[in-house]
Design a protein around this ligand. Structure first.
Ligand SMILES: [Fe+2]
Ligand SMILES: [Fe+2]
Length: 134
């Protein structure tokens, strides 16, 4: 059983967004499998991948929101920015040896994802779908 399991409930039916959510979840699940292991190049690689996938994904959603003049653009983007900064800071602490990969960090990811999905991505996805985005 994976640390995070996605179901059809977590689909917005916009191909690129759904694909990016699934990529993000895959990386968090891989990090979960690394828990307790020594910090090595694989952990480092996964963190780089995590940040890249998040950046690309947030940019995708933000560009679509801007293009279709979505009313909640700013509050949605603010949540992205805060979360990205959190992951970025944690990732730096890990590389500097100030902290170790722990379950709390992964739990924060899980909580954030489902919460953000429910209150932001879902509504945003519904809006974009009415605009013909698929
Ligand atoms: Fe989002
Ligand atoms: Fe998203």
């Amino acid at each position: 059983m994976n640390f995070i399991e996605l179901t059809d409930h977590e689909l917005v039916n916009i191909e690129k967004i759904d694909e990016q959510h699934s990529q993000y979840v895959k990386i968090v699940n891989k990090l979960y499998d690394q828990l307790g292991a020594k910090f090595d190049s694989e952990t480092k690689r996964l963190f780089t991948e995590l940040k890249n996938v998040l950046r690309e994904h947030f940019d995708t959603e933000e560009e679509l929101m801007k293009e279709y003049k979505y009313v909640n653009y700013f509050s949605h983007k603010l949540e992205h920015d805060r979360f990205y900064n959190f992951v970025d800071a944690y990732s730096k602490d890990i590389s500097d040896g100030k902290t170790k990969l722990d379950l709390e960090f992964l739990k924060s990811n899980k909580r954030w994802f489902f919460n953000h999905f429910e209150f932001n991505d879902k509504k945003c996805g519904e809006f974009l779908t009415t605009q013909g985005v698929s």
